[in-house]
Every structure is written in structure tokens, then in C-alpha cells.
Ligand binder design. Sequence first.
Ligand code: NBG
Length: 825
Amino acid sequence: MNSKRFDKETFKEAVKDNVKTLYRKKIEEASQQQIFQAVSYTVKEQIIDDWLATQEAYYRKKEAKMVYYMSMEFLMGRALGNNLINLTAYTEVKEALEEMGLDLNAIEDQEPDPALGNGGLGRLAACFLDSLATLNYPAYGCGIRYRYGMFKQRIKDGYQVEAPDNWLKEGYPFELRRPEYAKEVRFGGSVRFEKDPETGRDKFVQEGYESVRAIPYDMPIVGYGNHVVNTLRIWDAEAITDFQLDSFDRGDYHKAVEQENLAKNIVEVLYPNDNHYAGKELRLKQQYFFISASLQALLAKFKREHGNDLSKLPDKVVIQMNDTHPTIAVPELMHLLIDEEYLSWEDAWEITSKTCAYTNHTIMAEALEKWPIDLFSKLLPRIYQIIQEIDRRFVEKVRAKYPGNEEKLKKMAILWDGQVRMANMAIISGFSVNGVAQLHTEILKNQELKDFYEMMPEKFNNKTNGITQRRFLAHGNPLLADWITARIGDGWITDLSQIARLKPLVNDEQARREFMQIKHKNKIRLAKYIKEHNGIEVDPHSIFDVQVKRLHEYKRQLLNILHVMYLYNQIKEHPEMSFYPRTFIFGAKAAAGYQRAKETIKLINSVAEVINNDRSINGKIKVVFIEDYRVSNAEMIFAAADVSEQISTASKEASGTGNMKFMLNGAPTLGTMDGANVEIVEEVGMDNAFIFGMRSEEVIRYENHGGYNPIDIYFSDWELKRVIDQLMDGTYAHGDHNMYKNLYNSLLNTQCTPRADMYFILKDFRPYAEAQKRVEEAYRDEHRWSRMAMMNTACCGKFTSDRTIEEYVRDIWKLQKVEVTVEEE
Ligand code: NBG
């Protein structure tokens, strides 16, 4: 650590003391898990001082505006190593532990991945928190403390099997329970209207409801080397009625049990859907639960610090809604302002609409949240009333602006066709609507949200996503991080634009050699992991071609594996053909109920089994499916990748963030012109990426006007036809002809999808295969490849989440930096 506070000897003593206090053991007797706990508590003790100092600095600087980042998901990944990096104490602690005969890496491996998120959306929230703290911005993350996070994935006989992720089993050392800030959250019942006899004011009283107590747990978010520690506040639920025997006597036994169960169920589990809306009542409960608790806490804090004049709220607070999941914040804030603070509708609206902002993360229709009015109004009667009023006023405006144009309402009203449309509510009510990459924002403006954009263009803006280089380079790829620092200094850690200083080095042969040697070492590290976890031997000299992300049809893992099947056919048919050895690496979780996604996992594993065991191809192709892809193994995978597969159907991937993590670690993109790939190519140049396939306009044209028929391609390309037929002939199914019939049907007919080949896999197959040829050609040329790989790292400055956060601050949040100073002992 850069300060005396992290004196090695003191640290070692503290670890021993913690082992003693926590477990009544000597360090030699402690298990690895116990040592992890003791080390973490020691680190937490150091963090707490900065945490106090930060909150003190925010409090003193009353002008400091605070962003509340509301999100159902925070995919944090492990904290210990990351905290040490950000405390700039990693090396010292590693050494201190070595002196005690302990290995920091092994200790880090004891930490469960806090996986309170699905994929990109949740991981983005985590990167944002890291950047906010590092850039000295006052911020809270608000979310849910799920008992079980993202399920653990096991592969049995090639199939995905889900196991519960009991991440709290051993106790999580970095969280702090804050029961003194508990809040009550109410569900159901009915609303009675009355006039307050004293003031004559209208009052809405909720009666006959059930309620739960929300208990906050705070996790420290450590900024890099600046003593800032922000807070991620996640809420747990408890029953309010204490479970007492006398309630049994009073006949309230059932009620007590119900409230107990309600509380238990609400935070039980994260819904494992990525880019998909399931419409479950419990999910709506989760949403309202954490939003209501967070907003109550927000208002209480505001009043403590700034007094009772709530008109100042928008100057002190901004609420960013991460997708539509937290947009119930709008009517809940209205409810609190009107029913608890006695503001008029107009005043409450003025405040709410200046405080809330919305980020859209997808155009996938199946991801749009639309709650049935019945369900919604029963669960949240008062909130529903407020939404009705927001909608009524908005509809009036639309009618005034577009007289006689009912089409506009069909698209823009909140309440339509028996449903509450959450995105519409967010757009109407907030002051900002942003997409997450340039292309995505343009599609929102010109297609999906066109009517809104025409009516309120000033709200729309783009914020291209980013990732934190602290986790995905400093922590995940220490060899490369040290090398970069040796070459250009360590400024890149907090200012990634400096990484551009590597550009001149691409002409330096020695530098390129070193760069590729590091890549090779990282490939050896991953090969070892694969050997240990999959029992598969892979050659670090082969091309590591990697697609890791959630499994979704639009991401087209199927295109990738069909191409592998095609290559395999080729090699079998022409054994003499020149072919550069490849390792195709996949990692992906499928939502538990997503059949075709699960079939794809099975297909990948079956293809792996056949190809990996075919000695006749001399190991030219290996296929690996990495089990339980998650943040911790992702860090290692990005560091080892040669090729970054970003092959979504153009227009479907809002941004992607994995693409940026690969780029940072020196893996060129093999991809479509989709999401942030477009901007990656802008930065690195067409020559340093492998771009193929349909453009978004073409996809959208087909979707709107029809005219695509995959059957034509199927019958005109016999090699592709053969591959598709192999889905049905038992080649990869031990003779079973039905195993992949859903996949087969999804490509060729409408038996299980609205259109055949919804994601244009056949259409993009040849262009993809050709792009893959170009990859091989480039890789054979060592000079060229090392240049490309290094250029990717050197050009990724734009894709830091620090840049993204500065743009949010400049255009939406208007925060000011707060310095935190700490007395060094
Ligand atoms: C995802 C998009 C990704 C994007 C992340 C973060 C949802 C709803 N959307 O492309 O699919 O990178 O959000 O913005 O999960």
C-alpha cells in the first residue's frame, strides 16, 4: 500500500488476530476459507476508515450532488483482489502473505463470486460503481441482496444443470448489515380516499396490506488510490410481525406465516433471464421492494442533510434507472412526495421528472416489461392510481399535439391493451433517455422509439458503454499490466486514454515479441484451467478463438458451432488441406427455461466430444465449453484470448461489453457491425478487426418488409446444408435424430419460431466462414498478428467506463468531484 497504514508487519498481526477472534484458531490450524475470511476482515478494517472519511466528506460538502444508480443487478465479481488493487496494496499484501507461507491467489479463489446479476447489464452496473468511486463522484448503488445469485452451471452429459448459488453460506466478509436504516414496504390491500378533517387535504390511505421490513446491507466500493469508498446498498427482507405465539392465540397465525413467507420469497433468488421478460408477480414484488426502500432512505437522507424543502431534490439527487426494471421509482417517488410529504401533484411531478433518468439496454421485443393491469393494480393499488394519472395527463398532451392520431397513443401511452408499459412510463416521466452505443441509440431514435423521439428529442442521448481496466487488466492480466506500466507508466490505470502511447511500439519488434509472450503465458494459464476443469488438453500454440457471453439466439453461438462442424467436415474430407490449429472456447449460461439455448449448449458439448476424440484430425480443432462462466474465470479468459467472437445479428446487441474486455487484452474482434463493435472498428481500424455479415439496416429492412427465405440458401449451399442436416442425422447425438430438432426447425421453418431463421444464421454463414479464413491468414503472419493484437490494446482508451461515467456526469447527472483526505498515521 502506498501509505503507512498498510504496514506489512501490522497486516500480518491483524490477520492472525482475526483468525483467532473469528475461529479461535491459530493460523496453522485455519482452513483456506477461514484464512480468506480473516484476510478480508483485515482489508475491510482498512477500508472502513476511508469509508467513514468519504461519507464525512460528502456530508461536509453539502453542495455535493449524489447519483443513485438503481439496478436489479450488480454483477460484482470477487471483491478481495479488486479491493487490494484499488487500495494499491496488492503487491504488499501478496508479499506479506507469502512471508506467512500463504498464497494470495489461492486465498482469492476461496471467495464466492457475488453474482447478483445475469450478464452485461449487471456487470455494467458494477463497472460504473468502480469508475464513480475512482473518479471521486458521490454515488450509491441500490439493489437487492438475493439469497441466491446467478445459478451455478454444471455440465452433465453435455447438458446444462443448474445448481443454487449459495454465496452467503460462509458469510460474506465485505458486507455490513445496517438494521438501523430498515424501512417498511407495503403490498396489496386497497386505497381509501378521505379528506383530512384538519387540513382539508385529499388523503389516500392504503389499507389491508401486507408488509415486509427491508434491511439494508452496505458493501464498500473502493476507488482507485484516492481514499474514496462509496456504497452499494442491497436490501434484504424480513417479516415485520415478529413470529410470536400470541398471534396464534389471536387467530393471526396465518397472517404471521404469510408475512414471513412473503419476506423470505421476495429476496430468495435472482431471475436468471438475460434480455427476456418473464412477467412473474414475484419479480414485480422484487422491483417495488427495493425501489420503495431505496427511495424512502433517499428522502430521509435528503431531509437530514438539506432540510424539508423538497423542491431542491433535483439539485442534490439524480436517480438513474438501469433499464425498465427500476422504473417503478417514478410512481413511487410521486407517491412518497404526495402521500407522505403532502406535495401537490404538480410540485411532485416537477421534482420527479427532473430527478429520474432512464437507460435503455435493448431493442429485443421479448425483453420489454409489460405488466398485466390486473396483477399490477392488485399488488400496488396506489402506485397504479398514480400511473393512471401520469398516463391520463400524457394522453391529453398527445391528443393536443397530434389531434385525431390514435396511432400515436397505441405506441406511446403507458396503459394500453390491458398492460402497463414500463419503458413508456420511463420515457414520459424522466428527463433523459439514453442508449448504450451509438448504433443502438440511433436505432432507438429512428425505429423503436421514433414517436417519442419526435415528440421529445431533447431527452435522447447516447452513452456508449465502457468497462473498468482496473478489474479487467490490472487484476485479470497482471503480466500485461506490469508490462504496460514498465513501458508507458501507470497513468493508464486511471486514465485509459494514455494507453494510446503503446501505438508507436507496434513498430518495435522487441515490444511485439514481449506482448505475444505475455499472451502465450496467459494461454498456458488458461490451458491449465481447462485441463483441470474439463480434462481437455489444449495447445497454447493454437489460436484461442473465444465466445463467452450469455447464451441467446441473437448472439448466435449456433452460427459459431455450425461453422466448427463445417470445418470439421472439411478437414475430414481433405486431410491434406492446410489448417492452422484452433481451440474454440465457449462459455455461456442459458436461462433455465430457454429450451433452444439449452439445446445449443448440448450441441456444443456433443460436437466437442466427437471432435476432441477424433485422433484422425491430429488435434487440429479442439472445442471447449467452460463450465460456469462467471466474472472470476472471465478475467482469465479475456487475458488468454486471440480472437474475440462478437457475432450477434446486426441491430440486436445494444452494445456488448465483453467485446471491449477482449480488445483491452489484445484480442482482435471477429464480428458484425453491431452495438459497440462499430465503435471498436472506428478506433482500431478495419484492418485490425474481422468484420462480416449483414448490416443493421439490411436486417431491419427484412424484418419490416419480409423477403428473406433461408430455404433458398439451404438448397443452394450443399456444404451448409450438410452441416444443418447433421443436426438431424445423429452425427452429434449418438444416433438420436430428435436431439436438435428444435434448433433445426428454428433455422428452416416456423414450427417453433414466428419466422424461419429469425437471426439470419444461414444468410451470414458464408460471410462468417470467409472472415474466419481471414483470421487464419492473419494469424499465420506473426508480424501482422502481433501488430493487430497490440493495436487493439493500444486503441481501446475510449472503452473505459471512466469515460462513460464522465459523459453521464457531464450530460445527465451534473455531479461534482469530492476529494477525500485521510490522516496518514
Ligand atoms: C444488455 C445488452 C448488451 C449491453 C448490456 C449493457 C440487457 C437488457 N441488455 O448489449 O444486451 O452491453 O445490456 O448495456 O441485458
